[in-house]
Design a protein around this ligand. Structure first.
Ligand SMILES: O=C1C[C@@H](O)[C@H](O)[C@@H](O)C1=O
Ligand code: CO
Length: 298
């Protein structure tokens, strides 16, 4: 049983409106999204493109529904652009999240990324960083973490399909190359599974660095199709590769156990991007909430 004082439950807006694939859920409004998050029993959210950009307006809408912002994705370009460009964008992002009361900033390196390319096969064309790029990434992330620390915030790195930090070996390398006091890990069960890793092994190895969790399940039959047809990441998402925890191939019980035994404190964020026309977002949010309650007591 996980402790409600230590672990809070959030959900990402990507199941209602997908910023990576705007045709998925383009009709769903911000108000519907946050109202349904609350109705399904979640108290946290990440940030989507339809959310008001003004922190005061956003906070008012969220307060009405008992929801707080717990994190928002940040794309870094530390391997391909001058550090200052990422730093300038990061400071704006940090200050917005700080105004919203969030403590976490989930960073993913997008230098050479193919995650947003509709026709580039994700399992065979992922980028591989040179040693020089690894060094730029590691040092750059430490710089971002120091900037986050100025506001009492943390940086957690989001490993992701189609990027230079996708496999467990690459996550191992990044964790080894960065200061554990500065750079933490955002554990995403779906991305490790999609990449062919054992998420339990990955979590056991790095649990002491994990400060934010994305709960994503994977449909095995869709993953098999992605492999057979050499699909891109976005084609895989459209085909339904991801779903809510409990609805796919991942066994979440050992993951919850490892987090519990290692005194995890922070957010569990349900993040299941799929086509809202096929998977009703409220229905799936409620399904996820029920599953988490059954397996963790939260
Ligand atoms: O955390 C995430 C943010 C999304 O935009 C991304 O593509 C998704 O797969 C993810 O894990
Ligand atoms: Co994620």
């Amino acid at each position: 049983m996980l402790n409600k004082d230590k672990v809070k439950l959030g959900i990402a807006p990507i199941a209602w409106t997908n910023d990576d694939l705007p045709e998925l859920g383009g009709e769903n409004t911000f108000e519907q999204c946050v109202s349904e998050m609350a109705l399904a029993g979640f108290t946290g959210s990440e940030v989507g493109n339809k959310y008001p950009k003004d922190p005061v307006e956003l906070k008012k809408a969220l307060d009405l529904r008992g929801i707080q912002i717990c994190n928002a994705w940040f794309s870094s370009f530390l391997t391909t652009k001058p550090l200052q460009e990422t730093v300038d964008e990061f400071i704006k992002h940090r200050d917005f999240l700080h105004a919203m009361g969030a403590k976490m900033i989930g960073v993913a390196e997008q230098g050479h990324s193919i995650q947003g390319m509709m026709d580039v096969p994700v399992l065979t064309q992922k980028p591989v960083f040179t040693e020089e790029e690894w060094e730029k990434l590691a040092r750059g992330l430490e710089e971002l973490a120091k900037l986050a620390d100025e506001k009492g915030m943390l940086v957690s790195y989001h490993h992701h399909m189609g990027t230079g930090v996708q496999t467990l070996e690459e996550v191992d390398k990044l964790m080894e190359m960065t200061d554990p006091k500065l750079v933490h890990l955002l554990f995403d069960s779906g991305h490790f599974t999609f990449s062919g890793e054992n998420p339990e092994e990955a979590l056991r190895k790095h649990v002491n660095r994990v400060k934010h969790v994305h709960l994503k399940d994977v449909r095995k039959e869709v993953l098999d199709k992605v492999k057979a047809e050499n699909l891109s990441f976005l084609q895989a998402v459209k085909a339904g590769a991801f779903t809510v925890p409990g609805d796919g191939m991942i066994d979440f019980e050992p993951l919850f156990k490892i987090l519990h035994e290692n005194n995890y404190e922070g957010w569990f964020v349900v993040e299941a991007e799929q086509d809202p026309a096929k998977a009703n977002p409220l229905e799936y949010a409620m399904k996820a909430r029920k599953y988490i309650a059954e397996k963790t007591g939260l």
